[in-house]
Design a protein around this ligand. Structure first.
Ligand code: BES
Ligand code: ZN
Length: 882
């Protein structure tokens, strides 16, 4: 090969560019070439796979003409390149990319590459997992397989011929439909696949392995039969029924709710053990983390079942919101992810109840997205720049993205919103679209003016809405004012439209007020609302219509009223949370004297007592109302404005509250436990009962650890399902007791060899509020079953630990060092996963000075390491800059 023309020959390139180049949204240019059809020939082997890619290029009339054809590559060297069947020697390498000069209007390109999947620890591109081969191409993994215009706006139809040893790879899967298969000499066999739908390279997938399927057909609304398969290793087959049922439910729901029908005769889902993410929506061939496929009552909790259902739905819904209409560039990621998260949330609401699912989703938003919006990595749901796109698969793009579209839905109403999405799907089918295309479709289809609303796509930061109320002659006047805090690169913000469902109840009469939707569009604005009677109590942001923080001084007795009586279940939850948050933040900030402290605890105890004994309440909802705000959320609330968070004080106050509640409500808690413990697994109310039971134990654990340990050990021993077993073990893990070690050992022995359950065993110990948790985690990292090569196992130990404030924020700083050491060890193996551990350290600016200095020092230590990946270096740099 001729490297004389290389602007940057690989051997001259610095080991790590100090600052990887910044990609700007404003720089988008269409690709100069069209690739109507792509042919791929794979000769598969675990250690050596040969790939022959051929495609015709034609000039793109919509792009600026160019004779340059840039084919992206990553860790590839071309074995052979031909243009119009003539071997080319004088191609140019521009860093990892291959550049050809092609003067005509149309050319045929052929490229051969050779890769070693078994050596691929990044789990991007083609890699080996458990003896099988699989791919992950989003966002930029296809370029690790062959040189190609690896960008989402280049759509092509794919013909794939795959061959390999039949013994090792009896099943050969790819996108679309199988069009041929057969045997060849030397134990080899082959399959040919054709995907009729043009797609970008990030949706390409291939799987080869020893797999079996759980199959059942689905008949679509137009009467076509679709073969649905869940492919797993033989020993996992008995745990796939829930995944298959979830797929069928999703297909039906998308027809009924969004009018979307599936468009191939085959839908394959494959479960793999080594996977960076949850799952991937490759056309007709989804690849899933086993965690989101496998479930049976003995090994999966109720929450795990929900996870499977939600992720299966999410990837299925991408077939329209993502695949039929894809993204023009990666800045538009929220176009497919935000919208698809909203679709999966609405699906799960319909499957298992709106109220509880909404509360769960808000809790996730507050735990994962609010910190992002308040920290150094804050970015709008449609970012303006990035260095490594993998770092932008964030809670902001996903969860806030979903909230933004949910607001459009609230403002339009269900019917008009559906008209908007219908128009979007029809107008842009087959295209690579933008967020702007989506907004315009909703505007036109739903008849909304979204001019000012577009700010939600441009501005980062969680808006804060201050509420003042005044009783007027004709009703209650609410004066609302909004501010959007400054975020990196965005010091000044404009007012955004904030839709809020509100009602005014009467505490004196107990009368519930009528709800209406108001939209705050100015910096400050007043609204007059009808009152239901004297002593008005305002219920605002009901159903959590807007992803904002409400600042409203509500007297304790009003919060108690809302918690007990509001007709909006989310508002009840919110009032409970506010009671506890207000008390805990004030207490942790040293703002309460003993009398105030006692009054706060009593108010919370009274409200909780009402919830524990409310017979009209379903246990699933009761379980939500019983949950105290997490330490992470309290951290966010404490670190607002000029105040810094003190994780030690937060932990101490929250534990003290739990102890007080456990003591105060001992009788109610024991009564509730007795009732729920007698409900059988298959009882229709069993799920709610299981949820409440473990929460009771968690409260008793704080007030009477010995009693709680006894009850938990009994629940553990008697459990006939994973929810009860894991719940009991979770409680035991936080109590130093003889039962703790016994239960951990019994759990481990029972599930040896079941990776997903052993992950739980690691997680429960790393997440425990135990004084020795750092030592436990260090020991677990040396355990025979720990491996840094498997992302599920790494997350099960270290993500859990980073989420455990009592461990991570230990005053010694050892928790910070543990995570920094992990990042440094993991970065060369799996940079994408390593980079995800940086953000916990990035909270340093909002924390008390001692811990802040130690966190910053760890970030600086990582930054100083040589050969850091683009993924990690981008996150560390941003975290230090802020
Ligand atoms: N498209 C993503 C998977 C993905 C993300 C691939 C980032 C490569 C990089 C998929 O649709 C997805 O969003 N999966 C989520 C789960 C979902 C339920 C939010 C995931 O994997 O976490
Ligand atoms: Zn997705």
């Amino acid at each position: 090969m001729d490297i004389a023309h290389n602007p940057i020959a690989p051997e001259d390139a610095p080991a790590t560019p100090a600052e990887p180049p910044v990609i700007l949204r404003a720089d988008y240019k269409p690709f100069p070439w069209l690739l109507p059809e792509t042919k791929l020939v794979f000769n598969l082997g675990l250690e050596k796979t040969r790939v022959l890619a051929s495609f015709k290029v034609e000039r793109n009339p919509a792009a600026e003409a160019s004779n340059e054809l840039r084919l992206n590559g990553d860790s590839l060297t071309p074995a052979r390149v031909t243009v119009d069947d003539v071997t080319v020697e004088d191609y140019v390498m521009d860093g990892p990319d291959l550049i050809l000069t092609v003067p005509g209007d149309s050319h045929t390109i052929m490229i051969e590459t050779e890769i070693d999947p078994s050596a691929n620890t990044t789990l991007m591109g083609l890699y080996a997992s458990n003896g099988m081969l699989c791919t992950q191409c989003e966002a930029e993994g296809f370029r690790r397989i062959t040189f190609f215009p690896d960008r989402p706006d280049v759509l092509s139809t794919y013909w794939v011929h795959m061959s390999g040893p039949k013994e090792l790879f009896p099943v050969l899967l790819c996108n679309g439909n199988k069009v041929a298969e057969g045997e060849s000499e030397n134990g080899q066999h082959f399959a040919e696949w054709h995907d009729p739908w043009p797609k970008p390279s990030y949706l390409f997938a291939l799987v080869a392995g020893d797999l079996v399927a759980n199959s059942a057909p689905f008949t679509t609304m137009s009467g076509r039969e679709v073969e649905c398969n869940i492919w797993v290793r033989a020993e996992d087959l008995s745990r796939t029924d829930h995944a298959l049922a979830s797929l069928h439910h999703s297909m039906k729901w998308d027809e009924e709710t969004f009018g979307r029908e599936y468009d191939l005769d085959l839908y394959n889902i494959v479960a793999v053990s080594d996977f960076n993410m949850g799952a991937m929506e490759n056309k007709g061939l989804n690849v899933f983390n086993t965690k989101y496929v496998l479930a049976d009552p003995d090994t999966a909790t109720d929450a795990d079942y929900d996870g499977v259902e939600g992720v299966i739905a999410h990837e299925y819904f991408h077939n329209w919101s993502g695949n039929r209409i894809t993204c023009r560039d990666w800045f538009q990621l929220s176009l497919k992810e935000g919208f698809t998260v909203l679709r999966d949330q609405l699906f799960s609401q319909d499957m298992r109840g709106e109220a509880v699912k909404r509360i769960e989703d808000v809790r996730i938003l507050r735990a994962a997205q609010f910190p992002e919006d308040a920290g150094p990595l804050a970015h709008p749901i449609r970012p303006d720049s990035y260095r490594e796109i993998s770092n932008f698969y964030t809670a902001t793009v996903y969860n806030k993205g979903a909230e933004v579209i949910r607001m459009m839905r609230s403002m339009a109403g269900l019917e008009r919103f559906r008209a908007g999405t219908d128009l979007y799907f029809n107008r842009h089918d087959g295209e690579a679209a933008t967020c702007e295309d989506f907004i315009k479709s909703i505007e036109d289809g739903a008849g909304l003016d979204l001019e000012q609303f577009r700010l939600w796509y441009r501005q980062a930061g969680t808006p804060r809405v201050k509420v003042r109320q005044e009783t007027a002659r004709d009703g209650l006047t609410l004066t609302l004012s909004q501010t959007v805090p400054p975020t990196p690169g965005q010091p000044d913000k404009q007012a955004m439209p904030i839709p809020l469902r509100v009602a005014v109840h009467s505490r004196a009469t107990g009368q519930i007020g009528e709800e209406q939707l108001i939209v705050l569009t100015e910096s400050e604005q007043s609204f007059t609302l009808p009152m239901a009677g004297p002593d008005p109590v305002v219920s605002i942001n009901r159903g959590y219509t807007a992803p904002v923080v409400i600042e409203h001084d509500v007297p304790l007795e009003d919060l108690g009223f809302l918690a007990a009586h509001d007709d909006d279940p989310f508002a009840r939850y919110e009032a409970m949370q506010q009671l506890s948050v207000g008390h805990l933040v004030a207490a942790a900030s040293g703002e309460l004297d003993e009398t105030q402290r006692a009054a706060g605890k009593t108010a919370i105890g009274d409200a909780l007592a009402a919830i524990l004994t409310d017979e009209a309440l379903d246990d699933n909802m009761r379980g939500e109302l019983m949950l105290l705000p997490s330490e992470t959320y309290l951290f966010e609330q404490m670190a607002s404005g000029a105040r810094l968070a003190d994780p030690g004080a937060i932990h101490a106050e929250r534990e003290a509250l739990k102890t007080a509640l456990g003591t105060m409500l001992k009788r109610e808690l024991e009564g509730l436990y007795a009732r729920t413990a007698s409900v059988g697994f298959d009882d229709p109310t069993g799920r709610g009962a299981r949820k409440v039971k473990t929460q009771v134990l968690a409260l008793l654990a704080a007030s009477d650890p010995e009693q709680a340990a006894g009850m938990a050990a009994q629940q553990f021993d008697a459990a006939d399902n994973m929810t009860d077993r894991q719940g009991a073990l979770m409680v035991l893990c936080g109590i130093e007791s003889p039962q703790r070690a016994d239960a951990l050992k019994a759990f481990f022995d029972r599930y040896t060899g079941n990776d997903l359950v052993i992950d739980k065993w690691f997680t429960l110990q790393a997440l425990a509020p135990h004084a020795d948790v750092i030592d436990h985690v260090k020991a677990l990292a040396e355990h025979d079953d720990f491996t840094i090569k498997n992302p599920n196992r790494v997350r099960s130990l270290y993500m859990a630990f980073a989420d455990n404030p009592a461990g991570f924020h230990d005053p010694s700083g050892d928790g910070y060092r543990l995570i920094a050491d992990l990042i440094l060890a993991l970065d060369p193996i799996n940079p994408q996963t390593a980079a995800r551990f940086v953000s916990p350290l990035g909270k340093w600016r909002r924390i008390e000075p001692k811990r802040a200095a130690m966190m910053k020092a760890e970030l600086e230590r990582i930054a100083a390491a040589s050969g850091l990946s683009r993924d990690t270096s981008e996150q560390v740099t941003r975290s230090l800059e802020g």
